[in-house]
Structure formats: structure tokens, C-alpha cells
Write a protein of this length. Structure first.
Length: 477
């Protein structure tokens, strides 16, 4: 695709072009109707936008002269003195696009009675004019002129034209107005002349931007680089903060001054930003703006010497790879099954201390019986110190007919272990009038004789409350 088609296809953003096209088309419709009324009686196209043509042709000649100058070796100082020409060239591009829109609207209005669907099938204004110049008012000749149309149209576009032409009802010869074609053909020729002039301007801007700022041109392209140089110049570009660069060239009147949408300036229209989806364009503009400022500083430091765009190409590839990673979908991690368990017996501890600890923590026969429950038999219960009812399970087999447990021997390992210091401290809690009970407590703790469960329970119930609670905690009841 040529630079002219890229420019005319839409240099600016899609959203802004929709807004600008609607505004320009509304104004240009009235202009076109005036131009139609101003056409001469013999059907020739009246002077369409003569003032713009007169202003465009001298600038076009100067650009052609400069283009011939650029083909030869030109010093950097010569180009630096012609930055104002770059500014004028950018202005000419905008005015040329407006002229093409105006002529395009004029042609659409006049060609509607002949082929009403042509403007929707061929949205590009230049290709639209070229199709009319080939077909004219003979719609049936589309199928026979496929080779001529294939020079500037795609195959699917030619197929769409063929299908649309075959389904249309052609006007009779007596109802055809030859004056319409005589008016439209010169307008189409003028539109193609504007397109050729824009290509010359683009060629100049491409060479001038590369000679002035090769690294900036390598990142954003020649057209965006020319717009930045025409607006700020290389000296002003290196002093501009990177955060202000995305807003440069934004049309606040189209989006609103306080709009929350992205500011669509010059950077927004570069290839790197347009290559990503709308969700990532703001992030892409930040990355491009930061590298453009660095590239401008390198270009400014290289003035007067041989320039190279090595850094610009490296940063372009770096930004492109980062944007590609950002847009990449998340990796599909494969669900791995759990590994096969190792069927191996775990190592067991052993030793005298471990065996003693295990014997100490071993459940007694009474506790084992409480954890079992007989079938078809009512379970005995008792109330604990908190008033909760606790089931005794099969512990009733250790009880006599009177309801008391039979005398069970207490293993030494299950006896409460208490130091002499703690025993003396416990004796200090006993009142003075209970010396007999205190001696029994000491004898109970220090003796190794086996006492019955009933006797120990009876003696513990007679002791003070504090001592009974401590011993209950030791025994685990």
C-alpha cells in the first residue's frame, strides 16, 4: 500500500476521523451543492476550490525542487534552515485531504443516480474516483474491465463490484444524462492529481525527517516524525517531557477538553500504537513517547556528523516485543497428577526414654473401657465438675453391685509425678488444723504402696478444694 493510500485511508485515528469526517461532510455537502450550481451550462466542472489549487501548486513546485535537491548530497545546515518548509508541507497535507473530501462528496452526490452502492463498496476516495474513470456510466462493462480494475483494486472488491453491477437495473439510454459524466470525470481527474501531489509531499517529508532525526523516524515513521519536527523542532523536542508528548497534536475540540478518553495526538497515529488493541494503546503511547525523547536527544547530539538510526531500530524492536508480550494470552499450564506415593514404612523411634514416655501416656484399662459402648444395654453416666453428663461406656464392668468401682491397682507410671519442692508448697496451702490430712497427703505422694481406687477417691474428696483440683489435673480426670 502506497504512502498516499495510507495517508488518505486515514492518517489520524479511527474515532477522530469519524468525528472530523461527519463535521467536514456536513459542511462539504453544502459546498458541493454550491459547486454543482456553479457548474457551467455545458456541464464542465466549475473551478473547484480554485484558491486552494493556486496555493497548492506553488508549494508543490517548491517541494519538487527540494526533492531534486535531496536526491543529491545536501549538508545538514541546509536542511536545518528549511524546517519552515516542513511546517508548510504538513499544512499542505491537511488542506489537500480537505480538498479530496470536498471533491469526493461532490462526486458521490452526482454519481448516486448512476450507481448508488459504489461509495459503500469502495470507501477509499482515490479508488472510488479511479473506478468511475474506468466504468463511467456503463455499469455492465464492469465484468469486462476486470484486468484494468485489478491494477488498483483487490480481488474481493472487484467481485463485490461485479455482483452489485449484475443486480442493478441499468437506466435506459434516453434517461441518461451525459452532462453528469462530463462533470464527474474532471473532478475525478482533479482528485487523482491531488493524490499524486500528496505522494510528492510524503516523499519529501520521508527524506527530510530521516536526515534531520533518523532515530525518531525509525521509531514513529517519517510522517509522525515530520509532524513532531514541524511543531516543536529538534531543539524543542529534546526539551519536552515524555509525559507531555502524547497530548501533542490532540484535537481537544473533538474529544472535549475534560474528556477521560485517550488524547489522540501525533504519537497515537504511529504504527506501534495502532498495532495494539484499544485497551493497551495508552501503555503503548507511554513507551513510545519515552523512547522518542531519547532518540531525539541522540539525533541532536549527532548533528553536523554522520547519522545512524541504530538506536531507533533497537528501541522499535524492544517496544514491539514488549507490546507483544503484554497482549499474549496466559500460558496454558498442564495439570500434573500427583506423584505415586512411596510405599515404605516410616521409621519408628526407639530407646529407653521413648518407651518410658509411651508407657506413661498409655491409656488405662478404665479409660479404654469408657471409650467402648455395649450393644442393647443402657449406658451408665456421671456428672463432671461443670455439670455435664458424661457417658461411662463399658466402665460399669469394673463396678460392684453397690455402684462403686472395684479396687483397681494404680500403675507406678500413672501415678502423679511431683517434686519435693512442689510438695512443700502444697503443704503451705493446708490450714493448721488439718495436720492429719497433710501427713496423709505426703504419705500418699511419697509412698510406693498400691492403694485402692476407692480409698484414694474418698481421701481426695476430703481434702481442700485447691489441692483436689491440682491432683485432678494430674490424674487427668
Amino acid at each position: 500500500m502506497s504512502l498516499a493510500n495510507t495517508l488518505l485511508g486515514d492518517i489520524s485515528s479511527d474515532d477522530e476521523s469519524d468525528i472530523d469526517d461527519n463535521q467536514i461532510e456536513n459542511t462539504n455537502d453544502s459546498k458541493s451543492m454550491n459547486l454543482v450550481q456553479a457548474s457551467t451550462s455545458d456541464g464542465r466542472l466549475a473551478h473547484i476550490d480554485n484558491s486552494l489549487c493556486h496555493k497548492y501548486m506553488p508549494m508543490l513546485k517548491s517541494l519538487q525542487n527540494l526533492d531534486a535537491e535531496l536526491n543529491s548530497e545536501v549538508s545538514f545546515s541546509t536542511l536545518a534552515n528549511k524546517l519552515d518548509l516542513i511546517t508548510k508541507a504538513n499544512e499542505i497535507l491537511g488542506k489537500s485531504r480537505d480538498s479530496i473530501r470536498s471533491i469526493h462528496t461532490f462526486i458521490k452526490i452526482r454519481y448516486k443516480p448512476i450507481w448508488s452502492d459504489l461509495d459503500t463498496l469502495i470507501p477509499n476516495p482515490i479508488n472510488f474516483a479511479k473506478v468511475i474513470m474506468v466504468v463511467k456510466d456503463d455499469i455492465d462493462s464492469v465484468s469486462s474491465k476486470g484486468e484494468e480494475l485489478s491494477t488498483f483494486l483487490k480481488k474481493d472488491e472487484i467481485l463485490g463490484l461485479t455482483v452489485s453491477a449484475s443486480s442493478m437495473v441499468e437506466l435506459p439510454t434516453e434517461q441518461r444524462n451525459s452532462e453528469i459524466i462530463e462533470v464527474i470525470i474532471p473532478a475525478c481527474k482533479l482528485m487523482t492529481d491531488f493524490s499524486d501531489g500528496i505522494e510528492i509531499v510524503e516523499a519529501f517529508l520521508t527524506k527530510a525527517a530521516y536526515l534531520l532525526a533518523p532515530n525518531v523516524t525509525a521509531i514513529v515513521g517519517p510522517h509522525i516524525a515530520a509532524q513532531l519536527l514541524a511543531t516543536l523542532g529538534l531543539d524543542g523536542l529534546i526539551k519536552t517531557p515524555a509525559c507531555n508528548l502524547p497530548n501533542l497534536g490532540a484535537n481537544d475540540s473533538a474529544t472535549g477538553v475534560h474528556s477521560t478518553r485517550i488524547k489522540r495526538g501525533f504519537i497515537y497515529n504511529c504504527e506501534l500504537v495502532q498495532s495494539v488493541s484499544m485497551d493497551y494503546r495508552k501503555q503503548a503511547m507511554r513507551q513510545v513517547s519515552a523512547k522518542v525523547i531519547l532518540a531525539a536527544r541522540i539525533d541532536f547530539s549527532q548533528r553536523g556528523s554522520a547519522k545512524e538510526d541504530r538506536f531507533g531500530k533497537e528501541w522499535y524492536n524492544e517496544i514491539a516485543s514488549k507490546l507483544e508480550k503484554i497482549q499474549a494470552p496466559p500460558e496454558n499450564h498442564q495439570m500434573k497428577p500427583l506423584p505415586k506415593p512411596v510405599d515404605k514404612k516410616s521409621a519408628k523411634r526407639a530407646g529407653r526414654r521413648f518407651r518410658k514416655q509411651k508407657e506413661k501416656m498409655k491409656m488405662s484399662k478404665l479409660e479404654e473401657a469408657k471409650n467402648k459402648m455395649p450393644f442393647y444395654k443402657a449406658e451408665d453416666t456421671e456428672m463432671d465438675e461443670f455439670g455435664n453428663e458424661i457417658g461411662l461406656g463399658m466402665a460399669s464392668k469394673f463396678s460392684s453391685s453397690k455402684g462403686a468401682y472395684r479396687n483397681l491397682s494404680i500403675a507406678d507410671t500413672h501415678r502423679p509425678q511431683i517434686t519435693k519442692g512442689l510438695a512443700q508448697k502444697l503443704e503451705s496451702f493446708i490450714p493448721a488444723n488439718t495436720e492429719h490430712q497433710s501427713s496423709k497427703l505426703v504419705s500418699l505422694l511419697e509412698s510406693n504402696d498400691k492403694a485402692s481406687y476407692n480409698t484414694a477417691n474418698t481421701e481426695m474428696s476430703e481434702r481442700p478444694k485447691k489441692i483436689r483440683k491440682i491432683e485432678d489435673g494430674r490424674n487427668g480426670y
